[in-house]
Write a protein that binds this ligand. Structure first.
Ligand code: F6R
Length: 610
């Protein structure tokens, strides 16, 4: 949450900062701001409530010109979204700070700083950082030392960028628990919350580690570790193209990303096979030896990625025959565990920066999970760097806050993992080859299910005035229903819940009336008859049923039910296919409701705070 960007150059940096903010807007969009030092080293700042466009308009009216600057797009944690609470926060026109993360001891620090005479103008936790740095500058410390000393008194997670009129040729950055990268330019250097923010400027990056501080000048970058010792961090070349985040002909990124799923899945599979046999090396050089020891799998993730993990649990136990547990990261990290010997600890994350998932991984290592694997979309992310093994989903940048192609590629990657582990646990060569053949048909099946869009648009019209919706599925389609409900609630703001269809009669049936649409996922599997009974229970109570069903599912007899037929698909892969119409339904309902599809209220894409 929150995006930060900073730059130092021999030209004015405002366009670099603005472009960076636009690319980081998915991380938060309730207010934005920018601060630069002008040629007289005067600190100038502009902040606006609302999206980056508001800030851009303000800067067109009154440009800020400076060769060093920092900028921020906010997702509020402490204090309402307002201009007063927007970053950068300044102290005495001398220090400006942008911050991503949470300072947990800010109240105590605020008290101490007020006692020293510092005045606070915001409700944020960040403002203490600006004042605390000023305290150390007053004591005569250079900017780097003042920032390092400040980091020493802060508790919590943070990534910060700092400029000071007293040190106009240095941009200082620090990272503790929140993501921060350094971009290397030609006589100019940058910081940002992620690589995307800077790909229009450079392809060369350094990744700061927790506890690192960095001093950027136009001549170079110096990095110091938590002990204050100078360190070298390797330079990485990114392959992300500057135009990889363009919206193209689509109305929203989410729509584009839904339609990219066939290609994305193809990329997930690319090169991971030799003939029809899965290559263990796809997971990392040491994967084969580690997989040989796996007797149990523990999956941890958040939100949509957690739903992918829930589907994988069915696969892992049914196909690989290996016990598998799945838990939400924010719960996993705060309870006691019995660690089963031979457990592979698997994290799933689109961004690879989700604070709870990262903390769960750290916790897992501490309590004795020896082998860790990340399923992730961002090779440069903290999660990948901190995991022993990793499988990249290769979905390409996902900008829409509601996750779509990340989910289907996670499922594809998880199925590869299931096969890799299953191979060692008795899954026959024939079964492996059969699944692999089906996987290769997946992109064309995705294309096919996307063709349901015009009919889904018509269905969506019935949802414009709805307040609630219920999603039903059974077996591995229960997590698919959960994912459908999550999509609807986050972008259309319609309250939606998912239930395993068999649970209806244990309570939720009481909710059914003619105002409650019920959306069901009905592939033609061994649970279809059971699901049909559950749907009849809904129908008998006047509920309005919308069913995504296999072409061969015998549901015609259910008069009054709205049916959309999905082409026949292999049972194992059905969760991937059936998710797609649910994404489309949520998208088109959101269009009718007129919500901000790509940047729904109160949310942000990369949840880097607890
Ligand atoms: C929902 C959504 C979120 C994320 C969750 C985890 O559409 O995108 O629920 O799935 O915040 O994010 P990652 O996968 O980046 O760890």
């Amino acid at each position: 949450m929150c995006g930060i960007v900073g730059a130092i150059a021999h030209r004015t940096v405002t366009p670099v900062l603005l472009e960076g903010l636009k690319r980081l807007e998915y991380r938060g969009y309730d207010s934005a701001g920018i601060a630069v030092l002008d040629q007289d080293h005067t600190l100038l700042r502009t902040r606006r409530i609302g999206k980056i466009l508001e800030l851009e308009a303000a800067l067109q009216q009154a440009p800020l010109v400076g060769r060093i600057g920092i900028a921020h797009t906010r997702w509020a944690t402490h204090g309402v979204p307002s201009e007063r609470n927007a970053h950068p926060h300044v102290c005495r026109e001398r220090v400006a700070v942008v911050h991503n993360g949470i300072v947990e001891n800010y109240e105590a620090l605020r008290g101490e700083l007020q006692a020293k005479g510092y005045e606070f103008t915001s409700e944020t936790d960040t403002e203490v950082i600006a004042h605390q740095i000023d305290v150390f500058l007053e004591q005569g410390l250079p900017l780097l030392k003042a920032v390092q000393a400040t980091c020493g008194v802060l508790r919590g997670a943070f990534a910060i960028g700092v400029i000071s009129s007293a040190h106009p040729r240095e941009l200082v950055a620090a990272r503790q628990g929140s993501p921060l990268v350094v971009g290397l330019g030609d006589s100019e250097n940058y910081i940002a919350s992620d690589v995307f923010a800077l790909v229009a400027e450079t392809q060369r990056f350094l990744f700061l580690e927790d506890g690192d501080t960095a001093v950027l000048t136009t001549d170079g970058v110096e990095i110091y570790d938590a002990a204050g010792a100078a360190v070298e961090r390797p330079v990485h070349e990114t392959r992300i193209a500057a135009d990889a985040v363009e919206r193209g002909e689509y109305r929203h990124y989410m729509q584009k990303e839904i339609h990219e799923q066939a290609i994305a899945v193809e990329k997930t599979l690319d090169g991971r096979y030799q003939g029809e046999r899965l290559l263990d090396e796809a997971f990392g050089d040491t994967a084969a030896a580690i997989f040989d020891q796996v007797r149990n799998v523990q999956i941890v993730a958040c939100g949509t990625s957690y739903h992918a993990g829930m589907v994988a649990r069915y696969w892992m136990e049914e196909i690989a025959g290996v016990p598998c547990q799945v838990e939400v990261a924010s719960e996993f990290r705060y309870r006691r565990h019995v660690v089963q010997p031979g457990t592979l600890f698997v994290t799933i994350s689109q961004s690879g920066e989700t604070a709870d998932t990262l903390a769960a991984l750290k916790q897992a290592r501490l309590i004795g999970y020896t082998h860790t694997l990340a399923i992730c979309n961002v090779p440069e992310s903290s999660l990948v760097r901190e995991s022993e093994l990793a499988l990249m989903t290769r979905a390409g940048p996902e900008i829409g806050v509601a996750s779509t192609k990340a989910f289907t590629t996670q499922l594809t990657a998880l199925l590869l993992l299931v096969i890799a582990i299953g191979k060692r646990n008795g899954i026959s060569k024939e079964r492996e080859v059969a699944i692999v053949r089906e996987l290769h048909r997946l992109p064309s099946q995705i294309e096919q299910v996307l063709r349901l869009e015009p009919e889904i648009v018509k269905w969506a019209e019935n949802f414009g005035d709805k307040k609630d919706a219920l999603y039903l599925g059974r077996g591995m389609h229960y997590p698919v229903a959960m994912e459908g409900a999550l999509k609807l609630k986050e972008i259309s703001y319609i309250h939606a819940e998912a239930y395993p269809a068999g649970e209806l009669k244990h309570g939720p049936l009481a909710l059914i009336d003619d105002q409650m649409p019920v959306i069901a996922v009905a592939p033609n599997n061994e649970l279809l008859e059971k699901l049909k009974s559950n749907l009849q229970e809904v129908q008998a109570r006047g509920g309005e049923l919308y069913v995504f069903a296999d072409v061969n599912a015998p549901l015609e007899s259910m008069a009054g039910v709205k049916l959309l037929r999905v082409a026949e698909v292999n049972d194992v892969l059905a969760p991937i296919i059936y998710t797609i119409p649910l994404q489309l339904l949520a998208y088109h309902v959101a269009l009718i409701k007129g919500t901000d599809v790509d940047q729904p209220r109160n949310l942000a894409k990369s949840v880097t705070v607890e």
